[in-house]
Design a protein around this ligand. Structure first.
Ligand code: MRU
Length: 331
């Protein structure tokens, strides 16, 4: 339980709270919490938005709640009114994310049906993008779920998602409880699965989409995009508009979080005796250096389509993306 913003910052860093849309919602509630408890709201907001650098939703959520707080304070001079306004803003964001999720699911399923006439989709996904990271049923997973409900999902291939196993721990759980046909694979088994012709489409979420359409998502997404291109399989990114950051011009400008090496050199398995300095079971010699980026960046030319609550962009161009983000009025 988080009773102040500092505890929430720690929960975000340790990935107890994770996934781009949920980070935005949690960040907004964190500002409301700081305001309600009489903390310095600007200080809490900076700590929250700095907790992890890659998912832009975190800063979006924090700033929305902070702006609501500041506006109410300026209007009334009353910090309690500011706290109420911040909480309202967090609730609105939470509700909007649920609505966006439902719309992404509908747009994503329509796109799948268009790209893969005949149904019986075999979809490969990476990391965790379902209800556990969303106000609704998620992003990429919500599309797979709607295909399942429509009787058009033959199998969900779930990448285990090393090193922290979001696929094995979380997506497999979400797939099982929805009654989907699913199989778990190690990340490095994906190549042979494509080669065997067993993948009809890849569906992933995103942590930040730059103005040029570059997509930052959980490390291991970019190799899937390369495989998908080689095997002529659609590579589809599903994310709310809040994940598109038009202020980040391109993929090279996205800050990719680097995480502690022990996440790679140890396996985090709380049920077995703990021996490693990171609290897990060492699988590499003590002192081994590790390369552990949390995300990678897929260039737009490898992305078949980006689906948001506003519709689908394909091919992915800066102009089409900007137009979609401007909303229906601009169309
Ligand atoms: O490090 P995590 O677990 O926060 O990474 C999450 C992902 O990469 C998800 O794919 C992304 O946030 C999209 S979630 C709808």
């Amino acid at each position: 339980m988080c009773t102040d913003a500092a505890a929430l910052v720690e929960a975000i860093r340790s990935l107890a709270v994770r996934g781009a849309p949920l980070l935005g919602i949690a960040g907004a509630y964190g500002v409301a919490l700081a305001a309600a408890r009489g903390f310095d709201v600007a200080e809490a907001a900076r700590a929250l938005e700095g907790a992890r650098p890659t998912a832009v939703n975190l800063a979006v959520g924090v700033r929305r709640a902070e702006a609501a707080y500041q506006a109410a304070l300026a209007r009334t001079g009353d910090p309690t009114a500011g706290a109420v306004a911040a909480l309202d803003a967090a609730r609105v964001l939470h509700r909007e994310d649920a609505e966006a999720s439902a719309r992404m699911a509908a747009h994503g399923l329509a796109l799948l049906d268009e790209l893969l006439p005949g149904g019986g989709h075999r979809i490969l996904t990476h990391c965790n993008t379902g209800a556990l990271v969303s106000g609704g049923e998620g992003t990429a997973f919500a599309v797979a779920l709607s295909a399942h409900r429509a009787g058009r999902l033959r199998r969900l291939w779930v990448d285990e998602t090393r090193p922290l196993l979001q696929g094995a721990r979380l997506t497999a759980y979400e797939a099982a409880r929805s009654g989907m046909a699913y199989s778990l694979l190690t990340d490095n088994a994906a190549g042979s699965l494509f080669a065997a012709g067993e993948v009809d489409a890849v569906l992933i979420g995103a942590d930040r989409i730059a103005a040029d359409g570059s997509v930052a998502n959980k490390v291991g997404s970019y190799p899937l995009a390369v495989l998908a291109r080689y095997h002529h399989v659609p590579f589809i990114v599903v994310a709310p508009v809040t994940t598109v950051d038009l202020d980040t011009p391109d993929g090279a400008s996205i800050e990719v979080e680097q995480r502690a090496g022990f996440e790679v050199t140890e396996v985090m398995a709380p049920q077995v005796p703990v021996t490693g300095p990171g609290g897990g079971v060492p699988v590499a010699p003590l002192g081994t250096q590790a390369y552990n980026p949390a995300f990678d960046v897929t260039p737009p030319e490898l992305v078949t389509a980006i689906v948001t609550e506003e519709g689908a962009v394909s091919p992915v161009t800066p102009e089409a993306l900007a137009q979609m983000c401007a909303g229906p009025a601009a169309g």
